[in-house]
Design a protein around this ligand. Structure first.
Ligand code: NAD
Ligand code: MG
Length: 398
């Protein structure tokens, strides 16, 4: 029996993880979960999976306990705030950690899990974008296994030669006959919108993804293509590649989840229905395969796959991320922090859709970049960028 800790259990990835585990209760046990909002959902998780520990904010403890009492449920051990997240990530009884908190809040617990040499399933791409080399080094030093859950990176992992990531190259060039990665993107809900109409799109429209059902933040990122920008950075770190070896391809059907091209003219693709249970199950059971309730593809129904180059005028976020990766050091952390603020302002109706990328661009332009040699430098850059972004956003809004 393997003990699983789920950081962000009430989110979209958290719930899909629980769905996969529920089908394999002979192999996996939910040992600990975390949630930041939605205590009712957390109580339902407790009812169904009986975790031993829950990590929640201190401000939610009494609400959680009351809800448990109403259901006459026994309380699991409660650990609180940021330290609680770290506790359940590195707990000695835990074998597998699902890192599915959204945004920078997932960084410290994910690093703690890696330091404790856990098998870490990484959905929380922002943590890797921020800390890059530090996260990869932490995993290497402890001998932790870091497996990508993000569907594109999971697809690439599946298409790469076996053991490709067990000894990553230091020169950031592809090896073992690999030529480049093709990172696919659906293009989001505004793929076919005119650029002039984008200024007026609403959060509700931005959150309505054509193929995937996801949390709000990643949905907005998919609409601006910043998600693909973050994923570009994520791919460079996971597979130790310079950004010029990662090409972005718009593929509106989201059937091919990404590809690897080889020097002999081969292109390997991983395909499947757009359902996160597949990459979650792959990472959870790796190197084995387990059953999910995701239906296999009916290619006659799919019939047609389209591919386009991204429109950089309409979606400047992608190139902002590419530039930040090229710049290196603290630039990706600044890009990420600013984007988190911009998305949150957009969701609250205080910034227009096009202003999300504009704000990121502005903050990057006025920022000073340093090498990201330790975590404090990164956290400081993150903090400063949030501060700058809020100030600039309030000027735009006023
Ligand atoms: P979500 O918003 O649905 O869930 C986020 C989870 O994090 C919730 O459990 C929430 O309680 C918790 N959380 C939020 N703020 C927190 C904070 N400050 N401290 C601690 N916990 C906090 O998000 P999601 O769509 O499940 O995405 C989670 C992560 O996975 C993101 O990094 C996203 O980019 C990545 N991801 C998601 C998908 C998807 O299909 N949803 C696909 C690939 C990657
Ligand atoms: Mg993805």
């Amino acid at each position: 029996m393997l003990n699983v800790s789920i950081l962000g259990a009430t989110g979209s990835i958290g719930q899909s993880t629980l769905r996969v585990i529920a089908q394999h209760s002979d192999k996996y046990q939910v040992f600990a979960v975390s949630a930041w909002q939605r205590m009712q959902d957390l109580v339902e998780i407790c009812q169904k999976f009986s975790p031993k520990i829950v990590a929640i904010p201190e401000a939610k403890v009494s609400e959680f306990q009351q809800l448990l009492q109403q259901q006459q449920l026994k309380s699991p051990q409660i650990v609180i705030d940021d330290q609680g997240l770290i506790d359940i990530a590195q707990h000695s009884d835990v074998d597998i950690v699902m890192s599915a908190i959204v945004g920078a809040a997932g960084l410290l617990p994910t690093l703690a899990a890696l330091k404790a040499a856990k098998k870490v399933l990484l959905a929380n791409k922002e943590a890797l974008v921020m800390s890059g080399d530090i996260m990869m080094q932490t995993a290497k030093q402890s001998g932790a296994t870091l497996l990508p859950v993000d569907s594109e990176h999971n697809a690439i992992f599946q298409c790469l030669p076996q053991h490709y990531t067990s000894d990553l190259s230091v020169d950031k060039k592809p090896k073992q006959g690999v030529q480049q990665l093709l990172l696919t993107a659906s293009g989001g809900p505004f793929l076919n919108h005119d650029i002039d109409t984008l200024a007026k799109v609403t959060p509700a429209q931005a959150c309505k993804h054509p193929n995937w059902s996801m949390g709000q933040k990643i949905s907005v990122d998919s609409a601006t293509l910043m998600n693909k920008g973050l994923e570009l950075i994520e791919a460079c770190h996971l597979f130790s590649l310079d950004e010029r070896f990662v090409q972005v391809v718009i593929h509106p059907q989201s059937i091919i989840h990404s590809m690897v091209q080889y020097v002999d003219g081969s292109t390997l693709a991983q395909m499947g229905s757009p359902d996160m249970c597949t990459p979650i199950a792959h990472a959870l059971a790796y190197p084995e395969r387990i059953v999910t309730d995701v239906k296999n593809l009916d290619l006659f129904e799919v019939a047609k796959l389209d591919f386009f180059a991204p429109d950089h005028d309409k979606f400047p976020a992608l190139n902002l991320a590419r530039q930040a990766m090229r710049q290196g050091g603290t630039a990706p952390a600044i890009l990420n922090a600013t984007n988190e603020i911009a998305v949150s302002e957009f969701l609250q109706g205080r910034l227009g859709f096009l202003q999300i990328s504009q704000l990121v661009d502005k903050v990057l332009q006025q920022s000073q970049f340093t090498t990201a040699h330790d975590l404090d430098v990164i956290l400081h850059a993150d903090n400063q960028a949030r501060h700058d972004a809020k100030r600039l956003a309030s000027q735009i809004f006023a």
